[in-house]
Write a protein that binds this ligand. Structure first.
Ligand SMILES: [Zn+2]
Ligand SMILES: [Zn+2]
Length: 261
């Protein structure tokens, strides 16, 4: 188990992500009612876009496996990336996790905004923005350079800071789950999410869905902190979030059940 977390777990992160993606897609395909009502853009899914994303995802995963996975293996082999194997207190794990979480968020926000400037946008980021209504596969539909932005910080962070095994598992899991969640195209978070003083600082699927829909707002990766500081939160975000959460679950079914007059 220890070896799994230390070595193979990290190296296989992208594989795990891919499997999670497949499982997630299956769930999306077989569930109804709730998902229908909570779709951020109800008519957004297009097979043509999905096929394009599948091709780019294969290239992006291959690149990540070779370049990011290779760099990670080299750094570990040469002693630049080390891990602390002894058990850690919960507050140490929390500290390491928070350090990664907020440093990634800062790294991502500013590099993401940079990628929205020409000519970098057309060279790199435009590929990801071909998806105007994201689905799980959109997570991996990125230019190889962008997959470095998404996954590279984890490698740099763990090289700069020797984290405990428990933190490795949390950080790796967050990287995969957050990527998939914000691109899911469905809003799972509760209606009050953007109303409380604490939860409103963390992004939701609608937040990133709006980034794909409107392009020029909501750049954050994990939090809304930088967007709120820089005034880049989309003006419709909170209103649309509530609208999605208030859609009745059986809207379509009850409409069909009413006999035609
Ligand atoms: Zn973008
Ligand atoms: Zn995206």
């Amino acid at each position: 188990m220890r070896d799994l977390i230390n070595g193979d777990f990290l190296s296989n992160l992208w594989l795990v992500g891919f499997l999670a993606l497949a499982a997630g897609s299956l769930i999306v395909a077989i569930t109804s009612g709730y998902l229908k009502a909570r779709k951020c853009q109800p008519k957004g899914f297009k097979w043509k876009q999905f096929r394009f994303e599948a091709v780019i995802a294969v290239v992006s995963v291959a690149f990540s496996g070779v370049v990011i996975g290779g760099a990670q293996t080299w750094l570990k082999k040469n002693g630049y990336m080390t891990f602390q194997h002894e058990p850690a207190s919960w507050y140490v794990v929390l500290f390491e996790y928070a350090l990664y979480f907020f440093s990634f968020d800062t790294w991502f926000y500013w590099l993401h905004r940079w990628m929205h400037n020409e000519p970098y946008y057309k060279w790199i980021h435009k590929l990801h923005h071909r998806s105007t209504s994201p689905n799980l596969l959109t997570t991996l539909s990125v230019h190889p350079f962008e997959s470095f932005i998404n996954g590279g910080w984890m490698v740099i962070f763990m090289t700069l800071y020797s984290v405990h095994d428990a933190s490795v598992a949390l950080i790796g899991g967050t990287n995969i789950v957050m990527g998939l969640y914000v691109h899911s195209g469905y809003e799972f978070f509760p209606k009050w999410w953007n109303k409380t003083w604490l939860s409103k600082w963390f992004i939701t699927a609608t937040f990133h869905d709006h980034h794909h829909k409107y392009f020029t707002a909501n750049f954050g990766g994990y939090t809304t902190i930088w967007d709120r500081i820089c005034g880049t939160v989309h003006k419709n975000f909170e209103r649309d979030f509530v609208t999605i959460k208030q859609r009745p679950l059986r809207q379509q079914v009850s409409a069909e059940a009413v006999p035609a007059e």
